[in-house]
Design a protein around this ligand. Structure first.
Ligand code: FAD
Length: 533
């Protein structure tokens, strides 16, 4: 079978054809988005193996994911129930400073007063020991386990974006809204999202083939001419998207693109995951992803509608797989007893180039860093937006390929720096693993930035300079939350009038108190949704 003529990309009159190999989160997000962007003007085929499963993790997102659903013109009510999704207001870090301590990285920009960041003012006049509670409304909502929507469905975000959820306005994307902050993201079951997007895509004309790709054929220029499947013959297209996960069947195995490992700076290379059924109507659904520091890494906890997703991310240099699983089971408790563990080896780093000739790797095939800030799906979303933006005109489209590759490199290198900050900036240093985080190599540029941040809180001039999804406020959250690096306030604030800053701190506290009173818990919110369904 042939998925369609190998159409000529230089002829604008012809249908373009894209073959996506792999049907995990990356494959189906890409297929659905390409259909939403180009409709019938692009032929899309997804081939996925029935024998090689998807990775089965990847349940927490960035708040930017709203642009993905909005681009597909999907309302929360269209997809959330189908994916057992819950709301996420940020990441809660437990025990990174010391046992019993927690802080948040919320989806909320940091304010400023008289030209100085509120974090700078906070260092000058802390209202309490909690930077996050004093400077953000969301931290109180996380502590009180509130939903970001009122019981009648009205979003906390109303007024922030005029087109929230109306489904009709011009569609937005991450690039347009880099300065803005939507206040929440989602947790969802990854396999249910892939299933939902399979239907979305196939309803709009995506061809879906269940088969193994057994061979990738290259032409004399090193471009993929076709792929061979076990039972469905040959598939050919103009562009091939490699969504085969860590295997990177096309990008790495067929084209031999080198891999830039981040292992020297981010040593966590293993994970063990559990999907633990729980009666979530009785257990509070925390509106955040929790990352609890452990002896050789950290454990994630992601609350969904009918279960939690959890896993221990660790460095195998410090801990065996058996010890990691034992620790995770003890951490979860009796509910985990009969649940099968999924042990995963992680390839940390990025493909030197993600787009080579007519192959683009998206998802794990392109690159991955440990999921401490839920960046995996963000990387996919960002890559899809970029491939639409730089969609190739023809084989000799080096300018667009280079621009795409630069943007992927920037995103991954920026996130690498941000993750390194979590470890070098954590006060915890109570065993070999945590002591080593203080002396391990970090990117040179980050080391220079940290020296600056000791005297001047992170701002747009001192964080990683290219777009990578993490605004300067995110760096403030980790630096002041994790507590391992001493930061001084600007000397000018000793001379400035603090009245307006005090008003702002008071306003945040009052607003947080009011919202905590008004908003329902997630359990109450979803119970109301079920009752009204
Ligand atoms: P996979 O899910 O591995 O899918 C690969 C696909 O390729 C499958 O459909 C398979 O059948 C197909 N395939 C492979 N070989 C062939 C072949 N020869 N022929 C045909 N088909 C083939 N991201 C987040 O955003 N948030 C998180 O909380 C998060 N947590 C994570 C935790 C861990 C431990 C790990 C490892 C990752 C996490 N991620 C997270 C990342 C996230 O899981 C991935 O980015 C996402 O699932 C995308 O995976 P993928 O589609 O690239 O690959």
């Amino acid at each position: 079978m042939n998925s369609g003529a190998a159409a000529n990309l230089t002829d604008p009159g012809k249908t373009k054809s894209v073959v996506i190999v792999g049907g995990g989160t990356a494959g189906w997000m890409t297929a659905a988005y390409l259909k939403a962007a180009f409709g019938d003007r692009v032929d899309v085929t997804v081939v996925e193996s029935a024998q090689i499963g998807a990775i089965g993790v990847g349940e927490a997102t960035f708040s930017d994911i709203r642009h993905f659903f909005e681009f597909l013109r999907l309302e929360e009510s269209d997809w959330m129930p189908a994916c057992n999704a819950t709301y996420k207001l940020g990441v809660r870090f437990e025990d990174w400073r010391e046992p019993g301590h927690h802080f948040y990285h919320p989806f909320e920009q940091l304010g400023s007063v008289d030209g100085f960041s509120l974090s700078d003012w906070w260092l000058r006049m802390p209202q309490s020991s909690r930077f996050d509670r004093d400077c953000f409304v969301m931290a109180a909502l996380c502590d009180a386990e509130r939903s970001p929507r009122y019981a009648d469905g009205t979003p906390l975000a109303q007024g922030v974006f005029e087109n929230v959820g109306d489904g009709q306005s011009a569609r937005s994307n991450i690039a347009e809204y880099q300065g803005a902050q939507f206040p929440y993201a989602y947790h969802f079951e990854a396999h249910l999202l892939a299933k939902f997007l399979t239907k979305y895509g196939t309803d709009r004309g995506v061809k879906h083939i269940t088969d193994n790709v057994v061979d990738v054929a290259l032409d004399h220029q090193g471009f993929v001419s076709h792929v061979n499947t076990a039972e469905n013959g040959t598939l050919s297209g103009d562009l091939y998207i490699d969504c085969t996960g860590f295997r990177a069947l096309l990008l790495k195995q067929a084209l031999g693109e080198p891999f830039v490992s981040f292992q020297d700076t981010l040593p966590n290379n293993s994970a063990v995951a559990l999907q633990v059924p729980m009666d979530m109507e009785r257990k509070a659904i925390r509106p955040c992803t929790t990352a609890t520091a452990q002896d050789a890494g950290w454990i994630w906890t992601i609350p969904l509608i009918s279960r939690i997703g959890t896993g221990y991310v660790y460095a195998d240099e410090y801990l065996s797989a058996e010890e990691a699983e034992k620790t995770l089971r003890e951490f979860v408790g009796p509910e985990a007893a009969d649940v099968q563990a999924n042990h995963i080896k992680m390839r940390i780093g990025r493909s030197e180039r993600s787009w080579v000739n007519n192959v683009v790797g998206i998802g794990l095939a392109s690159g991955f860093v440990e999921p401490l800030e839920s960046t995996g799906i963000f990387f996919i979303h960002h890559a899809i937006e970029q491939i639409v933006r730089y969609f190739p005109g023809g084989r000799d489209d080096d300018v667009r390929r280079d621009a795409y590759n630069r943007s992927i490199e920037h995103v991954m290198e920026g996130v690498r720096e941000f993750l390194c900050l979590h470890y070098v900036g954590a006060k915890r240093a109570d065993n070999r693993y945590w002591k080593d985080t203080k002396t391990r190599k970090i990117p040179d540029a980050l080391a220079e930035r940290i020296e600056i941040w000791k005297h001047k809180v992170p701002d747009s001039e001192s964080v990683y300079p290219y777009y990578h999804g993490l605004p300067p406020y995110s760096y403030n959250c980790i630096l002041l939350g994790a507590g391992g690096i001493e930061v001084k306030h600007s000397p000018a604030l000793d001379l400035a009038d603090p009245t307006a800053a005090q008003v702002e701190f008071d306003r945040i506290r009052q607003k947080a108190d009011k919202l905590v009173q008004e908003l329902p818990s997630q359990n109450e919110f979803f119970a109301a949704m079920r009752a009204n369904a």
